[in-house]
Design a protein around this ligand. Sequence first.
Ligand code: ADP
Length: 618
Amino acid sequence: MPMKKMSLRRRFEVTVRGFRILRQYCPGLAQGRALCELVSTLQPFAAVWFSAQIINELSALCRMKTIVLYAACVVCLQFVCAVLRGILDSVCSEKEAQMWCYFGKIFADKQMSMDYADLENAELRYQKQQAEENLFMFGNGLAQLVWGTSTLVRAAASSTAAIVMTYSLFAAKSGNAVMDSPVWSVVFLGGIALGARCSAKAYIKENDVFVEWCKDTVWFNRAYYFFGKELYMNMDRAKDVRIYGQNAVAKRALDGMSKKDAADAAAIFQMAVCPALARALMGFANAACYLFVAAKAFYGAFGVGSIVQYVAVLSRLGDGLQELAFVLADNAVYCGYLSAMFDYLDIPNKKYEGTIPVEKRSFCDGGDYDYEIEFRNVSFKYPETEQYVLKNISLKFQVGKRFAIVGMNGSGKTTFVKLLCRLYDPSEGVILLNGIDIRKYAYQEYLSIVAVVFQDFKLFSFSLAQNVAAGTAYDAERVAASLKQVGFGARLMQMPNGIETSLYQDFESGGIEPSGGEAQKIALARAVYKNAPFIILDEPTAALDPLAEAEIYEAFQEIVGGRTAVYISHRLSSCKFCDQILVFHEGKVVQQGTHSELVAQADGKYVELWNAQARYYV
Ligand code: ADP
């Protein structure tokens, strides 16, 4: 948890890493803010100093030339600082407005690089949500570092300038032994420093209360997000919510959540009281300082101009030291949040990332596709579960052949495909590509040899071409050819912007909303476009009407070409054209053969499934 005590050394390391991440994702932001703050902080000190000199000159020698020179310096300084501040401020504000998107990218990058198996790990999801919520909801961690940079520069610059400009207050001799005693400098500076320290402590206390309060909000926000937003706003859920009246459940949950209000009010009161007390203490310290300046001036230690200087600067010294103490206290706080975020970013990938390159072969039609995949005694259970979903599977995909996988729901077909795509590694046994364990291949290279259409495939709110090519750069002719191959040609002709037509209306008002069947064809075209030697289709025609389905089967030979195809379907009639049919039952391959071989085994699972379906067609 962020609030655990951290050594200074560790805080330094965490802060430095925070700045490194800022430099990587939002370059120039922290530096720009620091420079802007330096100019803003020093400008009033310079103005006060010149003003004091002018008043001193007016009340003593009254040399016109000197007064004009001081006045000109003030005007020029103000002008230059105002211009510089204006430029820096607008550049930094723009960067700061965008920083949240860049922070989002930090999490997106991590999420993309994580093991697929970890994406559904509840503990890691909680950790991610907590880190995200701290940052995006409260600005804790990285955002505090950005804001803290400004505060640090302001505090350091104003404290230094104030100490330099108040030195003469204590050094100047008034002729009164009591007033000139060096003890005063220790008393006042000590008093101001003590006040600043108390303020900082109050801030820490306020933050501790806040952290306790936030612990509950992670759960609260997840629930609120789900019930308040997901359930009502998500179009995918809207049908079920209405038909089954699920809004009643949501209302009960939201009513329960509002009971938290009383506890929240107590925490908020506590958070407000601590800093108010600290501010009162600082007020007393400042008042005592003013009295001292007045007394010393009374005994003739300095002129009127210097009174202006000391009075203006002493309050800033208090503010500066207070802010410096805040910054140090704040650093302890955001280092806690940063370190919690780093814990999430540092979650190691357990999956072995191989290094062997996949031997490059031509994937183009007419090329060489001889990649052979073999499952050898593969068993698998999902992470954090005890039950084997696949048991001792051994089979070989001969190059260029068409395989069908059939079986009842939950028999392990999709899981088998997930292993084939290395989304998970087998719990036991090994999967081999051309005789070598697939874990030894560089992961991205291995992925390049498989194209999959998952049952629950997703398309994106980009153009049709970008969806098919799965990227922003594409070969327009190949995109169109892939779409035609899967029977999307006629629909493509009707589209005013052809392959440039946007899918869905998230970004483009003219975007099309593909039907289930159309979406499935586009997903198929994406797999065809990838031109990988293995093509895996999980229920690829489930959303298609019978005519479109027949069309796909007729074009299947052409779509698959010389590739090895793995085809999962519940419609057994559609598996007849495959060279091999693998029958899955309770995580095992219980039968294997051609359609005619399998129907000949009267007591086999295949016949049972076949007959169950066939009787509706008789
Ligand atoms: P099929 O594709 O044959 O319908 P699946 O491979 O999807 O079967 O599922 C096989 C078994 O694995 C089912 O019992 C299912 O509940 C379980 N299962 C699937 N996905 C997960 C998961 N992510 N975590 C835990 N169990 C899962």
